[in-house]
Design a protein around this ligand. Structure first.
Ligand code: ZN
Ligand code: ZN
Length: 129
């Protein structure tokens, strides 16, 4: 299962279940959930959840990288830590927290979606006639 997550970064639970079943045959959803939770707890898999999306899993951990999410097609790509080493977002000292990780999600439109809209002369998405 760790290999599955490693080979398919940012897969959601349903995708992982489908991939695991290709390899191992019939596996219950609960079994997959349990293993994913165990891997996440053990720090072998990172779980993140863009707002409005389902949870995603990836095996690229410990480098404090961030994610770019396309609002149009939902594609997710990795981006390097914005500033130097982790943590790259420093909260004010008075919180008293020792911060060791920052989770940042950038939202926008991927190059495919933004260029596609420029050349499109089709009907507007609102469907107004
Ligand atoms: Zn897109
Ligand atoms: Zn990632």
């Amino acid at each position: 299962m760790l290999a599955t997550v490693h080979d398919h970064p940012h897969a959601d639970t349903d995708s992982i279940i489908g991939l695991v079943r290709q390899d191992l045959g019939e596996v219950s959803r609960q079994a997959v959930y349990d293993v994913l939770r165990a891997l996440t707890t053990a720090g072998l898999v990172r779980r993140f959840q863009p707002s409005g999306s389902v949870a995603r899993y990836e095996a690229r951990i410990g480098d404090n990288h961030h994610h770019l999410v396309c609002r149009s097609c939902g594609v997710i790509v990795d981006v390097e830590c914005a500033v130097g080493h982790a943590p790259c977002v420093t909260a004010p000292d008075e919180t008293g927290y020792e911060i060791d990780e920052a989770e940042v999600i950038y939202w926008g439109r991927c190059s495919g979606c933004s260029s596609g809209s420029q050349t499109s002369t089709g009907s507007p998405p609102t469907g107004r006639a």
